[in-house]
Design a protein around this ligand. Sequence first.
Ligand code: ADP
Length: 659
Amino acid sequence: MSAPTAPALPSPRPALALPPRPALRRGLWALPLLISLVFVAAVLAWLRANEQSELEDQRTELASDALSLQAQVSGRIENETARLIRFAASLEPRGLSAEAFAAAPEVQQGLHRFWVSLTWLDASNRIVAHVPELAPRPDLPSLAATGLSAHIRVPLASGGALVARYSPTDMLRQNVPWWLARKYDVRLVDSFGDVMASTTEARDPGDHPSHRISLEPTLTDSYLELVARDRVTRWYRSFPMAMVAGFVLLLGAITWMLRRQVHDVSRAEAAWRTEAAWRSAMEDSLTVGLRARDLDGRVLYVNRAFADMVGYSPEDLNGLHPPMPYWPPDAIDESMQRHRRNMAGDAPRGGYEARWRHREGRALDIILFEAPLVDASGRHIGWMGSVLDNTERKRLEDRERRQTDTMAHHARLTMLGEIASTLAHELNQPLSAISSYNAGVINSLQRDARPETPADPAVLRALQRLGEQAAHAGRIVQRIRQFLTRREPQLEACSLNAVVEGGVDLLRRELARQHVQLTLALAPKLPPVVADAVLIEQVVINLVRNAGDALAEQPQDAARPRHIDVSTLRTPDQRFVRIDVRDNGPGLQGRRIEDLCAPFYSTKRDGMGMGLAICRSILEAHHGALDAVESPGGGAWFSMTLPVDLAVTVGALETEAAL
Ligand code: ADP
């Protein structure tokens, strides 16, 4: 069979020795939250840094795109200007009429590009020719639709000028590449910020990043402005930010739950600590020894009381297998047998007595109760024994038995003395009579003797010897009596209540065996009496024992339980104290105290009939009296009276008053 694992039993000094939980440990539940918040802060910082870098990139890209577009637009306008200069240079040498001017390929090409009109002015600024003539051509964009116009003026050698008006909007639309137009709103603005042309519908750039770059000297007071269509998503609006927010919320909920859990655990732990402290304190204060063993008999745990009882420390005993060090060396086999019986589960349910040996060698009488030890799942894992130290009780019982024996012996001796006294008293008369008759016979024989018929000397000698023997018998009886009643009453002031209590206590077991109840009603402040406490106690014992015997003789009746009532009181004339012993037994049945106190009067099978006679003579020796009457409720009522020694009483009262 495999050895079961040791159950988790408390160590001999469990919870009280545990250090209190530090504040740091109590706040441990917040640690995951702190770490997560640091992580979240790091993510936010990263998001922000990322945004800054994206903004920076966007700004750089914007600036470079603006520069490249500026170059493109400037180049385009310069190109147009160069074409117009070339046309202006060729215009006068060619001698073109106004019609021919309008039909000139350069003019038509210019109008097809983005010119809105071309005007030929002479030196006096009069219009020589103007293309288109009348209404604007439907295939050409109208200025109303395209916003403000701009113009390129080129002087002619004759002093006139060619003025080409164009739509900056068209110019922009033609020159801004598609990929740039998708990224930016491209606009021409003046120094006041008014939009002159735009690739898109006019709209407020808002907080979209933009870059403005001057078109000087190609175009005066004009700026090219690029407004980014897409904004860099703000870090707090980004998807990771939404994730982080969700994460923080989730974390908050988890932390809240964790905190509740930790609080519950803390409460449970505090309750456990309190309980463990209680249990430890209780175990330490127990006078009952506790011993837990596994199924093989190995000691798992002993409490302080057990360790103190056998004189070994718990550390010495824990883990030990039988034979145990506290088993008496001369009874190892017997102890081992008992151990095997216990391990088989056959230990007496009501406990059993055994003898162990203290480490210092003295014998220990113990009473042991074995009970199965089960774990939390109900599995039988060993045996729990509770051990009572019975040594002192046994010792007291021995002493009590010896005392009772001694008392009985003394009682017998006293009784013998009384018997001897009675015998002496009773034999005295016959012996005196024998002596008198003997003396009379001798006298008469001597008187009647004649010289011729003298008294037979042999008869005389025999009669003398008879007288001597009778006297000797008297002396022997007297001596025996003197020997047995040699003890003089040792008188001293004593409390009658204490004497009564002492006597009754000695009989309690006997009365319990006889199923007799006893009540004591002791008068308070009873004056002391001068008496021999031992003898008076004997009287009390005799009266109570007689009452018990009388009750035990009659059958038990639940309606009328056997009862003895012992009381003390001071007589109304204050001169005596009285002890009453009343029972609810058969009563005196017409017998008087003189009958009961007659020597050798007994109705008991093994009674001697001397008890009451001795009681009476003891009381009379104390100048007291014994009386017996029928109790009003049925039963016998014995009273003993002792005189109060006034001198002693007054002395005692004075002392009390002085105190
Ligand atoms: P013993 O006890 O040896 O019989 P005692 O002198 O003590 O001698 O008692 C004498 C007798 O008195 C008893 O045998 C009993 O008949 C009677 N007696 C004594 N006490 C009581 C009592 N309380 N109730 C009835 N009878 C009693």
